[in-house]
Design a protein around this ligand. Structure first.
Ligand SMILES: NC(=O)c1ccc[n+]([C@@H]2O[C@H](COP(=O)([O-])OP(=O)(O)OC[C@H]3O[C@@H](n4cnc5c(N)ncnc54)[C@H](OP(=O)(O)O)[C@@H]3O)[C@@H](O)[C@H]2O)c1
Length: 269
């Protein structure tokens, strides 16, 4: 209870007053990828990275047309001179995740930053063709799978010479977009022994809580990945962007979303 109150106070404090540090690192010669980069936070991140002029920036998107539109807007807004590529990635499809990772491992000479940002929210139950509840698969399972599959390339990058003689020694980063909404999760499904099975059973789990729970699972997955030997030398982190204006609420009835979020914040406080 006390923890939720302090979270609530911090949340509103940060939303209203925090000033984010803006990095201006020189990314010359480096390669980055951002998932879910056709809109929202991912597009904002891709624009920021493009301004820092890496050699290669990959927009990982599930709709190539939307990816091409994002590419045009990035080129319009920045003076990006490197290679800006649009690659297909559907996080609701494990085969697509594996194809994407295989392409990255086969074709990229280095990977300095993988920003696994794609995510969704909904109050409607839906299954992917792989047989998983879609928020669970997109936000947690596929994010973890992609992270594990990209880790060897990120680690191999630690052994490469710097991209140019004056380059900083910044290690490769694996960064997952998390959410402070984990503090609102009830995650009642955790009480049984078969947590994933319960989470995948509509009759036994709470879809209203699913987004929050999926973000807790992302946090647990990130911690496990950070402990792998293949993560040695790689910065593995999970970041909370705060509450941002984006399309994350597109599948939510806004009034229901805001009511339940406010209810969750204030009833727990
Ligand atoms: N906005 C916030 O206040 C907030 C707060 C905390 C954390 N976050 C997290 O920030 C991340 C980005 O969200 P956002 O707010 O920028 O929302 P957004 O505007 O809806 O963007 C979500 C991105 O994820 C992509 N995506 C969704 N399902 C996908 C799939 N199956 N395969 C591949 N890509 C998929 C979307 O692609 P399409 O356009 O093709 O659907 C879109 O590019 C998410 O992980 C979210 O949980 C957001």
């Amino acid at each position: 209870m006390g923890q939720t109150l302090s979270f609530t106070l911090k949340f509103f404090g940060d939303q209203l007053f925090a000033k984010l540090p803006e990095t201006h690192a020189d990314l010359t010669g480096r390669t980055f990828l951002v998932t879910g980069s056709n809109t929202g936070i991912g597009l904002g991140l891709a624009i920021h990275l493009a301004r820092l002029q890496p050699a290669q920036l990959i927009l990982a998107v599930r709709d190539l047309k939307m990816g091409e539109a994002a590419k045009e807007s990035i080129l319009r807004e920045t003076r990006f001179k490197g290679s800006l590529e649009v690659w297909e990635l559907d996080m609701a499809d494990f085969a697509s995740v594996m194809r994407f990772a295989e392409r990255a491992n086969r074709t990229l000479k280095r990977l300095d930053g993988a920003n696994l940002n794609a995510g969704m929210s909904s109050y409607k139950w839906g299954m992917t063709p792989d047989g998983w509840e879609r928020i669970l698969q997109i936000n947690a399972l596929s994010t973890g799978l992609l992270a594990v599959l990209l880790l060897p390339l990120l680690q191999a990058t630690t052994r490469l010479p710097p991209p140019h003689p004056d380059a900083s020694k910044t290690p490769p980063h694996l960064t997952i977009t998390g959410s402070a909404s984990i503090f609102l999760a009830k995650f009642a499904e955790r009480s049984g022994t078969q947590i994933l099975k319960t989470l995948n059973d509509e009759s036994k789990s709470d879809i209203m809580d699913r987004y929050f729970t999926s973000k807790i699972l992302s946090l647990f997955i990130t911690r496990e990945i950070a402990n792998l030997s293949q993560a040695e030398g790689v910065v593995v982190n999970i970041v909370d962007p705060g509450l941002c204006s984006s399309e994350i609420g597109r599948d939510l009835e806004f009034s229901a979303f805001s009511k339940s979020t406010c209810f969750a914040v204030f009833s727990l406080a």
